[in-house]
Design a protein around this ligand. Structure first.
Ligand code: PGA
Length: 252
């Protein structure tokens, strides 16, 4: 019942013309992909150009961030409704780079989750533990806190537009992927947590993506795990061939 999602987080890469070139190549390469939702998240300045390129394709658009206010004196920020206006279907929130480099708190991320729900925009909600937290046996406490506070106050209806992305911080951009078993163990924990916080239906319907050094050569094993519903891909999403191979994963 959960359609897999493969989302490419382009981070701070690509000019407008480079972004269009990449998505044009990707469009060809994933044209036949069925039963999988393909998402790309370019930088803000390339959103409208990429939106024009993917019109009438099977690729949808996400922003990498948003600000939890609709308008006002917030220099440099972008509101959910403006992202929607630019052609986005989703925004990524809670990415570990935003938590770590920009000091974003669970409470601030929660405000963004509410703002996205109010704007009727889908949310890709990222969580993940650091290596230190995992080694100190605090991983599940951290993940529980991130989910509880990040999704606080979102009702069951709002959860229909939320995709959770589990991204262990130690696996992001390091070439170190969680093993299939490590990913499955955490995803099963997260699904049980959604059942505890919401109900069986929300737990069964919510997609939980894995992120952290997903590549063409490890995606198949990850996607074979019963609770892994897709991938949030950084580095490998910048090459059309690699990303297309990930989109066309083979469940073993
Ligand atoms: P990576 O990034 O695939 O380069 O590890 C993943 C992410 O940060 O979403």
């Amino acid at each position: 019942m959960r359609t897999p999602m493969i989302a490419g987080n382009w981070k701070l890469h690509k000019t407008c013309s480079e972004a269009v070139e990449l998505v044009e190549a990707l469009k060809q390469a994933v044209a036949d992909a069925a039963d999988v939702e393909v998402v790309v998240a370019p930088v803000f300045t390339a959103l409208t150009s990429v939106a024009a390129s993917i019109d009438n394709s099977n690729i949808t658009l996400a922003a990498q961030n948003c600000y939890p206010q609709e308008s006002g004196a917030f220099t440099g920020e972008v509101a959910p409704s403006l992202l929607k206006d630019a052609g986005c279907s989703y925004a990524i929130i809670g990415h570990s780079e935003r938590r770590q480099i920009f000091g974003e708190s669970d409470e601030f991320i929660n405000q963004k989750a509410h703002a996205l729900a109010a704007a009727d925009l889908g949310t890709i909600f990222c969580i993940g533990e650091t290596l230190e937290e995992r080694e100190a046996d605090r991983m599940y406490d951290v993940l529980r806190r991130q989910v509880r506070l990040g999704l606080k106050g979102l009702d069951t209806a709002a959860m229909a537009s939320v995709v959770v992305a589990y991204e262990p911080v130690w696996a992001i951009g390091t070439g170190k992927t969680a093993t299939n078993e490590q990913a499955q163990e955490v995803h099963a924990f997260l699904r049980a947590l959604l059942k505890e916080l919401y109900d069986e239906n929300v737990a069964a319907a919510t997609r939980i993506l894995y992120g952290g050094s997903v590549k063409p050569d490890n995606v198949d094993g990850l996607m074979t795990q019963p609770d892994v519903d897709g991938a949030l891909v950084g580095g490998a999403s910048l090459k059309a061939d690699d990303f297309a191979r990930i989109v066309n994963f083979q469940s073993l």
